[in-house]
Design a protein around this ligand. Structure first.
Ligand code: NDP
Length: 271
């Protein structure tokens, strides 16, 4: 089967591409700049890439950019979205590429009758950020949706971009009769395949380098589990709706302890 992965050079997407190639799929992978070796050489070196990986140039903000990639594909894994927690212009840097980009990819899917399912990488950012009371016993599940006004009030711009893009995606697929499964991971950690460090792994590097860490807890999940969940969501016919992915919730100080136990030779300093 032929499938497409958008934003293929990213942290999570690179693992999705690796596992798809291992499963025997032919993969059409989109990147913004296929001539940049930092973005593509790790993909080209994957097992099966020579025979079954095809790179395409596509940009979330370019209307029609994904048409030729998606045409003829059976599955579409839409992972591309800017992941940045600090921005100057939230609308231009986060919200437009996330929302317009998702609609752009879905419009290409609507034009291609070969597409049997879309798997969208959303986030727990689109699930948990609302005014509902949260106590330690509260279970946050797939029935929860983040509240855009709450995100705006707290200036959680990345969270807002994921909330608005998932909302827009559900509206579009319901109107256009597209089968979509949404994956909502917490913070994702694990080994990098790509050359450049990404936003969710950076806090771990910061701890190793003795930089201050925030006084808060987060859900965490392994990148290989996240990639596998995307593929299961595509392959299991009965999969439906959204799937929250969280292995456990840990405070940053606990992360320090875990890293110290795992890698005693790193001599992680106190902060
Ligand atoms: P990365 O930063 O590693 O990857 C993001 C990808 O998005 C990059 O490959 C980038 O492409 C692409 N992208 C960004 N802007 C554009 C654009 N304008 N046009 C085309 N492509 C663009 O992030 P992750 O792997 O961490 O994230 C992947 C997905 O998972 C995102 O949707 C993110 O919101 C979601 N997610 C991530 C979590 C995490 O903790 N990491 C947690 C929950 C959800 P290029 O390389 O070509 O520039």
């Amino acid at each position: 089967k032929v499938v497409c992965v958008t934003g293929a050079s990213g942290f999570i997407a690179s693992w999705i591409v690796k596992f798809l190639l291992q499963h025997g799929y032919t993969v059409r992978a989109t990147v913004r700049d296929p001539s940049n070796p930092k973005k593509v050489s790790h993909l080209a070196n994957l097992e099966g890439a020579k025979e079954r990986l095809h790179l395409f140039k596509a940009d979330l903000l370019e209307e029609g950019s994904f048409d030729s990639v998606v045409e003829g594909c059976h599955g579409v894994f839409h992972t591309a979205s800017p992941v940045r927690f600090k921005v100057n212009d939230p609308q231009a840097e986060l919200i437009d590429p996330a929302v317009k980009g998702t609609l752009n990819v879905l419009k290409s899917c609507a034009k291609s009758p070969s597409v049997d399912r879309v798997v969208l990488t959303s986030s727990m950012s689109a699930v948990a950020f609302n005014r509902r009371p949260k106590i330690p016993e509260t279970v946050i599940d797939e029935t929860w949706f983040s509240d855009p006004d709450f995100c705006r009030e707290l200036e959680l711009w990345y969270t807002l971009s994921k909330t608005l893009s998932e909302d827009a995606a559900w509206k579009f697929v319901n109107e256009n009769n597209i089968d979509m499964i949404v994956i909502n991971p917490t913070m994702v950690a694990g080994p990098l395949l790509q050359a450049e460090i990404n936003e969710s792994v950076e806090p771990i590097l910061n701890i190793i380098n003795g930089k201050p860490f925030p006084n808060k807890s987060s859900g965490w999940v392994d990148v290989k589990d996240v990639a596998n969940a995307h593929i299961l969501a595509y392959e299991i016919a009965s999969a439906t709706g959204r799937y929250c992915l969280s292995e456990r919730v840990v405070h940053y100080s606990e992360l320090v302890r875990i890293l110290r136990d795992l890698y005693p030779t790193l001599q992680i300093p106190d902060k």
